[in-house]
Design a protein around this ligand. Sequence first.
Ligand SMILES: *Cc1c(COP(=O)(O)O)cnc(C)c1O
Length: 364
Amino acid sequence: MILLNDLKRAAHAEAQQLFEAAQRVFDSGWYVLGREVAAFEQMFADYCGVGHCIGVGNGTDALELSMRALGLGRGDGVVMAANAGMYAATAAMQAGCHPVYCDVDETTMLICPDAMARLDDPSIKAVVVTHLYGLLAAMPALLAVARRRNWSVIEDCAQAHGAQRDGRRAGAWGDLAAFSFYPTKNLGAVGDGGAVVTADAELAAAVRTLSQYGWGTKYEVLRSGGCNSRLDELQAAVLAARLPALDQANARRRAIAGRYAAAIAGTGLLMHHGAGDDHVHHLCILRCTEREAFRDFLHEQGVASDIHYPVPDHRQQVWAGQYNPVQLPVTERLAREVVTVPCHPWMTDAEVEKVATHLADWRP
Ligand SMILES: *Cc1c(COP(=O)(O)O)cnc(C)c1O
């Protein structure tokens, strides 16, 4: 079976660097908030082209801490797409605010600037822009809408490490940006991890305070709403070892997606190709109106597939019908049609060709 991911291959390819990183941490006797985290924060801030990076426990915490740093809380609305796996909504709930769902663009599958401009809800204070599947969103248009309404902008970069447009990386557009280093992400740790990046020194200081009990200095609690959410030394060392290879890994993902885009011509399958640096193909998403039959066909050929994501946020049971009146026609159609096929940097050429050949053979 050709799988959606094969993290053992990643670890094997980088074994030497990973063992050296781990050895350094074990030998240091210092496991939380030390030299490795400080070094990685500097590296990753430089890579993203912003002044500040704060390592945190995971991507969902990164989103929540971004919201708290902006002072968002009870009664505040946060605009977000409903096709992005519910992470931003989970963070918003934790921070005490509520999602305001916005439909996505049919082609890019990302939050739509025109739909966002039509929102009319006085509770809205901020927007989460998710660069879903690895594609950088239409930031200038989205920022223009947000600035006009005085909404803060948080980028969710958990699927878009390294994506760039006009020399500007994912994470360098909004007021704050959240990253996840969950093992399957484009830049992945060997456990949970996350980061907030920002160009704003005050917001950076607020995130750092909130991520460690609300402390200003040790044992001096300055701010309410604090928690304990830290990146650990081992994860930071692994991430620092992996970061130099990120651009190359993203290029490999892009080449694989390009091969599939060529293969599906004439099959009725759809795909947003994305041949530029602004797409890092965290997931390779096809659209198919006969999705179940297509997935059965792939399975018979030994190709794994999955659905990201099957239930749009506003239809999740957790809301107990609260969002029933919300209609998001594009989001709802996409939830019925999207299929994820294997696309990761450690696939062999033979595996890529096998998947491409089966995609080309598909007929409804
Ligand atoms: C993975 C992911 C997150 C959450 O990251 P965790 O580290 O698992 O908390 C948030 N947003 C998106 C778009 C993701 O893909």
